[in-house]
Write a protein that binds this ligand. Structure first.
Ligand SMILES: [Zn+2]
Length: 194
């Protein structure tokens, strides 16, 4: 198993509001797309908030005693979460990996999939099984960055270690260096091996 690492360090700066159902820390939403949102306050609801899509509207149920600031934070959290899963659903990894493998003369993985439990790294692969997993935190990044992580993991199917041979394979992807810089900046951690 080989990995591209990301730091979770910045997450502690965005503590989740107490009582949030989902434990993931909210990232600042950069989208300006207007996802219709309806907030329902419930006096009976004491602690937890939840959200679901209903007829194209994101319906968010929150405790009646939430402050406006807490409401804003919950709305931002759920909008980001739903937009992220929509972006993730829009990126079809299997054909993308096949296309990149063909273009850069890499092995095609037996499977490639998003995972949401991968907080410490951007991608991982298991060369023995030919399988690749990508953190769904990547889904909000530009396609050329996602492509880099795919190329990186496909290169590991040929070369397990981060040695000269490995980096020469990765360098077939023209934007590899820029993408590495992008991911290191996002991780906020120079030890990141992405
Ligand atoms: Zn690697």
């Amino acid at each position: 198993m080989s990995e591209t690492h990301a730091s979770d360090k910045h997450r502690s700066e965005h503590p989740s509001p107490s009582g949030l159902v989902d434990a993931a820390a909210p990232e600042p939403s950069v989208s300006t797309a207007a996802l219709p949102v309806e907030v329902i306050r419930s006096a009976k609801r004491k602690k937890t908030a939840e959200a679901r899509m209903s007829n194209g509207t994101l319906v968010i149920r929150i405790p009646g005693r939430c402050t406006k600031a807490e409401e804003d934070e919950l709305v931002a959290h759920f909008v980001d979460k739903f937009e992220r899963s929509a972006r993730r659903a829009a990126i079809d990894l299997e054909p993308r990996a096949r296309e990149l493998a063909a273009r850069y003369d890499l092995q095609t993985p037996r499977s490639i999939e998003w995972v949401s439990n991968q907080r410490q790294r951007w991608g991982s692969c298991t060369p023995d099984h030919g399988t690749v997993r990508l953190s769904d935190r990547l889904a909000e990044f530009p396609q050329w960055v996602i492509d880099y992580v795919i190329v990186h993991e496909l290169a590991h199917l040929d070369e397990l270690h981060h040695n000269d041979r490995f980096w020469s394979i990765v360098a077939r992807y023209e934007l590899a260096e820029r993408a590495r810089g992008f991911l290191i900046a996002k991780a906020g951690d120079q030890d990141c091996s992405a």
